[in-house]
Structures are given as C-alpha cells and as structure tokens.
Design a protein around this ligand. Structure first.
Ligand code: FE
Length: 232
C-alpha cells in the first residue's frame, strides 16, 4: 500500500511539483516538472538540493556530496542542445588530467562546478572528455604552463565535478570558463560557461544566456551547476 501528497515550490523562477510518497511507512520524495523545458527541469533537479545542502553545511564542498546522491536525471523533451561558443585564443592541448585546478599559489574565490553530460535523448554520457581552461584571479591566462587548465572524464553516470577558482575579468570579455566536451568517438563541443549577474554579460557579444551556470554563494566560496547536452 502507498499514500502520497503533493505541493509546489518555486526556486529561481522554476516551479517544481514535489510528490511525497509513503511506501510501507518509508517516505520518499520525488520531483516532477510543471510546464518546464527539459533544461529548466534539469537545472531544478540540481538547484534545489544544492540550496538545501548549502544551508545545512555552508560550503562548496557540499555540492559534490549532493551530486553523488542525485539520481540519474529524467527528461521530458529532446531539445536544448548546449550551443557552441568561441574557443578564443588561449586554448592549449595536452592539459594535465585533474578534476581540481587548485594548487599552491593560486589566489581567488574557490569555485566548484558540477553537473551531467547528457545526450539529446537524455542518456548520461560516461567517459566524456572535458577540458577546462580559464583566466586567473587577475584575468591572466597561463600560456607557458598549465595553471588553471585541466581535463577530466565523466564518471559512469555522466557526472563531472570541477574544483577551481572564479576566473578574473580581462578587457573585452565578461567572466567565463572555457571548456571542450567530447563524448567517446564523437565530435568536440567547444563552448564557454558564464556567471549570472555579471555587469559585462550584456555587453559581451560572445556571451550566450543558454550557457549561464546556476551559481550559489557557499561559505567562503561558490558552487555552480551546469548540464551539458551534446548533439548525439
Ligand atoms: Fe577567455
């Protein structure tokens, strides 16, 4: 026998219907989209637990813990492919494999970015290559070494987690992180991630709102989420 109830909550403009199911005396919660695009639903899946987790623990490390507890995301639509975005002049191949770009001497506000890499039919993509690079706290790229550059692979459930700092600004651009994403034996998506609320978002002609991360303050750092949908 089972019993249940439902209520809705709105977080950052996303309305989520929360179903509370009771199965054999054990309470189970399940979220379902209400008139949402798949992207909105996916973002809501990450945003809600992240907020709760920050409230409980107050640190960006909690993002990774939260991610580890998330079920595979459900999808209702098959669109919203993550758009490509300019590579820029500072990409360097052969970055080191590492999920954390933090190292001695790195200054700045700690940032954790986490999420899924998915196909258009919403299947998580395991072992997708993700190569990140961005400017340091002063807006400067390391073009001689590999500071703030690194690649990693999604896990068996299509998840990634990047530990780094918030990039600084440099002339002509709003705040951004560069990334290349490639499913095994598939084409490379070159794109960028952006931060909401940045004054230069509205004047940077490369900026695309579809590439905005969800960003939360978390203790002395920030936690961000973004799900990539590859056109495969
Ligand atoms: Fe750049």
């Amino acid at each position: 026998m089972s019993a249940g109830s439902r209520f809705t909550i709105t977080v950052y403009g996303f309305t989520i219907t929360v179903h509370v199911l009771t199965l054999g005396g054990v309470e189970v919660m399940r979220n379902q989209p209400t008139r949402q695009t798949r992207r909105e639903f996916l973002q809501a899946c990450f945003t809600v637990p992240a907020i709760f987790t920050f409230a409980a623990y107050g640190g960006p490390e909690a993002i990774a813990q939260t991610q580890a507890l998330q079920p595979t995301p459900a999808c209702a639509e098959d669109n919203d492919v993550t758009p490509s975005n300019a590579e820029g002049p500072y990409f360097k191949p052969k970055s080191p494999e590492r999920a954390s770009l933090l190292e001695p001497g790195i200054q700045g506000t700690k940032l954790i970015v986490a999420g899924y890499v998915l196909s258009t039919d919403c299947k998580p993509i395991a072992r997708a290559l993700m190569d990140f690079w961005h400017a340091d706290d002063d807006g400067v790229y390391d073009n001689t070494g590999y500071k703030l550059r690194g690649h990693q692979f999604t896990d068996g459930e299509g998840r990634y987690r990047l530990e780094t700092i918030v990039p600084g600004l440099y002339p002509g651009r709003t705040r951004h992180i560069h990334v290349k994403v490639q499913a095994p034996n598939k084409p490379v998506l070159t794109t960028q991630l952006y931060f909401p609320g940045e004054p230069h978002n509205s004047t940077d002609f490369i900026f695309r709102p579809e590439l905005l991360m969800k960003v939360q303050d978390a203790g002395d750092g920030k936690g961000a989420t973004f799900n990539f949908v590859l056109d495969i």
